[in-house]
Design a protein around this ligand. Structure first.
Ligand code: HPA
Length: 269
């Protein structure tokens, strides 16, 4: 893994991806951020050595480098989900590459099913913490100390000062945001009513199929993380309704403009 990461980093540096301030995983809800970025470089995943290539409809695969205000950003347009068949280590490969390009701050977005009765479809939830229920762990196996320590502290997985700053920006923009706990399950099935009930009973506010492995890898390497979730469907007791990928995408799109604006402001400030 180490050699592959270094090879990919060298390739990207040679192609002008130099020391970005922020790494951003453009999950659902952040698609419009690409319209705000002054794009300098864009490379298809298939042209990047060692990069996995995303297979999910609506998750195209491009690595983008550019600026938002005075800040340099590198964006993953299209992420790698465990349910696609990648090993869990492969799903976090791009985060490892970001770190060794010089990224210290990671911003991640996702779509999720809300299990908190105060949530509505289209709401934005700032992630305060997570519960990892994925069947595999990205740090499983022999630890490579060049990436980080064997035992990783996770008490501040989602940085409190970044969270407070985003809350302030949202308030100034008059955007209602929730705060809560994200649970990661492997998917690709959405949850049964009983499973949504379990998610809630275990202490989460929403559930999705991504983000947690990436944040774990980032914390392993000493990065600072901020995560945000768009609530695209509800798994609240008594109102669990049918859900489809198309509906998830539609709900995520409805929050895209405002969430992208918030994140852009956050980066500039
Ligand atoms: N469950 C899991 N993942 C999801 C959901 C959900 O309800 N909505 C969007 N991603």
């Amino acid at each position: 893994m180490w050699n592959k990461v270094q090879e990919t980093v060298s390739y990207l540096k040679e192609n002008g991806f130099t020391t970005p301030d922020y790494g951003i995983i453009l999950g659902s809800g952040l698609g419009k951020l690409v319209d705000i970025i002054d794009i300098e470089k864009k490379i298809d995943y298939k042209d990047i050595p060692n990069f996995p290539v995303s297979t999910v409809a609506g998750h195209s695969g491009k690595l983008i480098f550019g600026t938002i205000g005075a800040k340099k950003v590198i964006c993953l347009q299209g992420r790698f989900h465990y349910y696609e068949g990648w090993s869990i280590q492969q799903t976090v490969f791009p985060v490892r590459v970001m770190k060794f390009l010089g990224v210290q701050n990671l911003i991640v977005s996702n779509a999720s099913g809300g299990v908190n009765a105060n949530f509505s479809v289209g709401d934005i939830m700032l992630i305060t913490d997570h519960i990892n229920m994925m069947p595999e762990h990205p740090l499983h196996g022999k630890n490579d100390e060049r990436f980080g320590p064997r035992f990783v502290d996770m008490h501040d997985a989602y940085d409190k000062s970044m969270l407070a700053k985003m809350e302030k920006i949202a308030a100034a923009e008059n955007v209602k945001v929730h705060k809560g706990v994200y649970m990661a399950l492997q998917g690709p099935t959405f949850e049964t009513p009983a499973e949504y009930g379990m998610v809630r009973a275990l202490g989460a506010d929403c559930v999705g199929m991504s983000t947690v492995p990436e944040v774990i890898a980032a914390k392993h390497m000493g990065m600072t993380c901020f995560g945000v979730s768009v609530i695209t469907d509800l798994g609240v007791e008594g109102i669990v309704e049918a859900v489809s990928h198309e509906e998830v995408q539609k709900a995520a799109k409805s929050a895209e403009k405002i969430l992208s604006k918030l994140v852009a402001k956050f980066i500039v400030e």
